[in-house]
Ligand binder design. Structure first.
Ligand code: NDP
Length: 302
């Protein structure tokens, strides 16, 4: 079986490629850069989708790119790198004479309004309230397939929390300061910190790629891609310090983060949502790393 992966060269894509290849699948990565086992998005647009059983979009300009200032051009790139890639892959699926049986988009939990108390499941109603939730709305809508393929292709959206793993994402930027003993809570630390281990996210995507048992529903099936542990930033900070055996005594004030990152983006770290993976658990998904201790020990390697 072949799987088409857009953004397959990234942090999550590399983990998913490894997992799918171990399961005996062939993987074609769709990338801006040509290379072995890859096609470019220009080729996707001109030659159409290569025959495949499943398609995934993992492309997107990194939201936490520390080298980019929060300005209009960065915001434009965040939108277009997600929405244009998703639209072109959805169009390629719709135009394919042999559409894949599954189509998976990994989006985020920024659609749920940050709150210290509210708990969100996949069924929670939401309307956009800030720039990131607007992005989420447009992004998920751009994945919707036209009617001609909805009864052949299952449509899945996985709303991922912060992805934790050694080779990318948030950990890559946090490990050094924490190692140096400069780690600390962000703001009050009371804000929820929805997270998932990269290996579980890859497992969840692989699960979503399995052929549907019945005729797929015409709408998207949403799964919250978060660990069930429901941690706060303080719990995360203390646990990372404990696993690394480093003190975590330097809280980072909100104004520092807002100045460095822009407040519209710092919201991801300075505030958070209690996200419950209700449907993910009901679907019988087994987490390898359901709690912070096991996840961080695997990542730090002790
Ligand atoms: P990466 O930052 O590793 O990037 C994934 C890939 O996106 C890159 O390898 C690149 O592929 C492609 N890409 C990057 N910038 C652009 C651009 N400007 N235009 C087109 N393509 C681009 O992402 P992750 O693997 O960490 O995340 C995968 C997806 O999951 C993303 O959409 C992200 O928003 C989402 N997500 C990630 C979270 C996280 O904590 N990491 C949390 C929640 C959601 P190439 O160079 O081959 O074209």
């Amino acid at each position: 079986e072949t799987m088409g992966l857009r953004g397959g060269s990234g942090f999550v894509g590399r983990e998913l490629t490894r997992l799918l290849k171990n399961k005996g699948h062939e993987v074609t990565v769709i990338s801006r850069q040509p290379g072995p086992g890859k096609i470019t998005w220009g080729e996707l647009e001109s030659h159409g989708l290569p025959p495949c059983e499943g398609a995934v979009n993992l492309a997107g300009e990194n939201l936490m790119n520390p080298l980019r200032w929060w300005n209009e051009s960065y915001k434009k790139d965040l939108f277009s790198s997600r929405i244009d890639t998703t639209t072109s892959l959805a169009q390629a699926i719709a135009a394919s004479p042999n559409p894949p049986h599954s189509w998976v988009l990994v989006s985020g939990v920024a659609c749920y309004k940050p709150s210290l108390t509210a708990e969100y499941t996949e069924e929670s109603e939401w309307t956009p309230f800030d720039i990131l939730s607007k992005l989420l709305k447009e992004w998920e809508a751009s994945a919707l397939l036209p009617e001609n393929v909805t009864n052949t292709t299952k449509q899945v959206v996985i709303r991922s929390g912060a992805v934790l793993g050694r080779d990318g994402g948030a950990m890559k930027q946090m490990l050094l300061p924490f190692w140096l003993g400069l780690g600390g809570t962000l703001g009050s630390g009371r804000q929820p910190f929805p997270w998932i281990h990269v290996s579980d996210l890859a497992g969840l995507i692989a699960h979503a790629l399995e052929p549907p048992a019945d005729t797929p529903s015409p709408s998207q099936q949403v799964f919250n891609g978060v660990a069930p542990a429901l941690n706060t930033n303080l719990e995360f900070t203390k646990e990372l310090g404990r696993v690394l055996r480093r003190p975590t005594i330097f809280p980072v004030p909100a104004f520092v983060m807002n100045t460095l990152m822009g407040s519209e983006r710092a919201v991801v770290l300075m505030e958070g949502q209690k996200v419950i993976p209700k449907r993910t658990q009901e679907a019988g998904f087994q987490y390898k790393y359901p709690d912070l201790t096991s996840a961080l020990k695997e990542i730090v390697g002790s």
